[in-house]
Design a protein around this ligand. Sequence first.
Ligand code: MN
Length: 289
Amino acid sequence: MSNANTAALAMRQVERLVKGQATSDGDGVKLTRVLTQDLQQRLDPFLMLDNFASDNPDDYIGGFPNHPHRGFETVTYMIAGRMRHRDSAGHEGLLQNGGVQWMTAGFGLTHSELPEQEEGLMEGFQLWLNLPARDKLCQPGYRDIQSQDIPEWTAPGVTVRVIAGSTQGVNGAVLRDAQTHPTQALMLDVHLAPGASFEHALPAAHNAFVFVYRGQALVGHSTVPRSHMAILSNSGSAVRLQATGEAVRALLIAGAPLREPIVQYGPFVMNTREELMTAVEDFSNGKMG
Ligand code: MN
């Protein structure tokens, strides 16, 4: 289905396809790092995207034991499986099928993310969203969003789960004011039946990418295979996804760039080396709980 509102808009095209890198993190969790450190400037304000998907418990059973974060937000989207979150700010939640956890690390906290299953499929994503310099040391925050609380926009052959931002007049589970949250993050999970398409208007200045996790999608004029990220060019005012063959599921993620220096040391992302050293010090002095 084509939406009349965007029919006259110039479509953004695919600038580059990225396959991601197989790696492991936490206690031996096997995952694909799709958005790697070398793409942080290009995809500002996004710092990382991991995709984990395995039905072999050896690949995930260790989970992510206690570790700190400072300076950004982590957004975890579980497609399948169950993971228990606990953090030093006193938040606890169970992440499961179709739910989202939106954690603002800000000043810093320590948390663990551990599987609550011993077998079966564990599949999901973790996205890191940067905070502007002025908010990097803000008070930590946490939101547990159950699957049924994620608004959806539907049309024949199309279901769009609106995790953050808004589309087609549907406000997402996370929708924040541009004054307080200048990155204006958009995160859509787009499900297309064979032949169906979806268009979304997007400011050209916003960096954007699509990650296809089922089927293969036509994005602009380019075919994007399963398990690939398509970085979108910054010209055009909308993006169009189409399922030409089998059914498609894809994440569409976009945001306004912060245009600030990005320095990362493991779980800390700040603007300067000095701030990183302070983060390491504060963590070792127990200031992150
Ligand atoms: Mn973490």
